[in-house]
Design a protein around this ligand. Structure first.
Ligand SMILES: C[S@@+](CC[C@H](N)C(=O)[O-])C[C@H]1O[C@@H](n2cnc3c(N)ncnc32)[C@H](O)[C@@H]1O
Length: 284
């Protein structure tokens, strides 16, 4: 299996020639002068990207704690399963797409891999750095020395085949175009490299589905409005509608250059992980 092309501690070699390794890149789209945001019904295209970025900037400060509460403490276990499914050895260079506050980077670092985090929201990355600096009293972990890069996953500022693998958690619903995302991930990962993508799902069992519906439609927005931004947390159940049916997701991955695609269900389908291997011959 090919190994990371980035010597430990040197992140510069993975950046595309026209991309600055600087962590604070220019804003990707202009915010509206009045800063308004219709969070409850996110639009499509560039407007969706702008709204998603602004929403995560707004909720970044309480994101980690509410994540634990809203998932009933299961989110960390789900991320561990996501990294298990990646199935790459220690030392692998792995891009955490839409890394947010850095939880998956933490998990990769715990497995002695070399994570690089990429996210659209400067607020979420600032929170990741605050955690790293121990600003949360060390309660929520720290992504160690992972480079954290501000940028859009659909136009990631890295060279082709730079990574041994890529992961993401709870981000698929938020990107503007899933096919484009899968194509970009295929560009970034070397042949025979791996992808493992975790997101929420809709449980199929009636009882679990009923309980899950009540929880996401009522409890999550209520808790969100108490501690953070109720509109943003009302977005959660709506955002599940952005995720295509499993067979379509599998088709999009295959069309983008991924093979051996598998879907793993967690917690009765309340979460799911798509795993796949990059098509093409491994480099010698
Ligand atoms: C629900 S959070 C998940 C964060 C983190 N992965 C976790 O496990 O908690 C979704 C993240 O996706 C990021 N995001 C959404 N669209 C993105 C894009 N096109 N490129 C990069 N990041 C994006 C948001 O800024 C946000 O941090």
């Amino acid at each position: 299996m090919g190994r990371a092309r980035m010597p430990s501690g040197d992140s510069a070699s993975v950046f595309a020639p026209d991309a600055s390794p600087s962590q604070e890149r220019a804003p990707l789209t202009g915010d509206r002068p009045d800063g308004s945001l219709e969070k409850a019904s996110l639009p499509a295209g560039a407007e969706k990207r702008r709204a998603v970025r602004q929403m995560f900037d707004t909720i970044a400060g309480h994101y980690d704690v509410l994540n634990r509460v809203n998932s009933l403490g299961m989110d960390r276990y789900w991320r561990r399963r996501c990294v298990d499914a990646l199935d790459l050895p220690a030392g692998s260079l792995v891009l955490d797409v839409a890394c947010g506050t850095g939880d998956l980077c933490d998990e990769l670092a715990r497995r002695h891999m070399q994570p690089v985090g990429l996210d659209l929201s400067s607020g979420m990355l600032a929170q990741a750095r605050r955690r790293r600096a121990g600003g949360d009293g060390g309660r929520l972990g720290s992504s160690g020395a992972a480079p954290l890069v501000l940028g859009d996953a659909l136009t990631a500022p890295f060279r082709p085949a730079s990574f041994d693998g890529t992961v993401s958690a709870f981000a698929l619903r938020n990107v503007v175009d899933l096919g484009e995302l899968f194509g970009e991930l295929a560009r970034l990962v070397r042949p025979a490299g791996r992808v493992s993508l975790l997101d929420l799902g809709k449980p199929e069992g009636r009882l679990l589905g009923f309980g899950h519906g009540l929880w996401t439609k009522h409890a999550v927005p209520f808790v969100g409005s108490l501690f953070s931004d109720g509109d943003a947390y009302r977005y959660l159940p709506k955002s599940l509608a952005y995720l295509p049916a499993p067979e379509q997701v599998v088709g999009l991955l295959e069309d983008a250059g991924w093979k051996a695609v598998e879907r793993l269900l967690l917690a009765g389908g309340t979460s799911q992980v798509y795993v796949a291997t990059r098509a093409g011959r491994p480099q010698a």
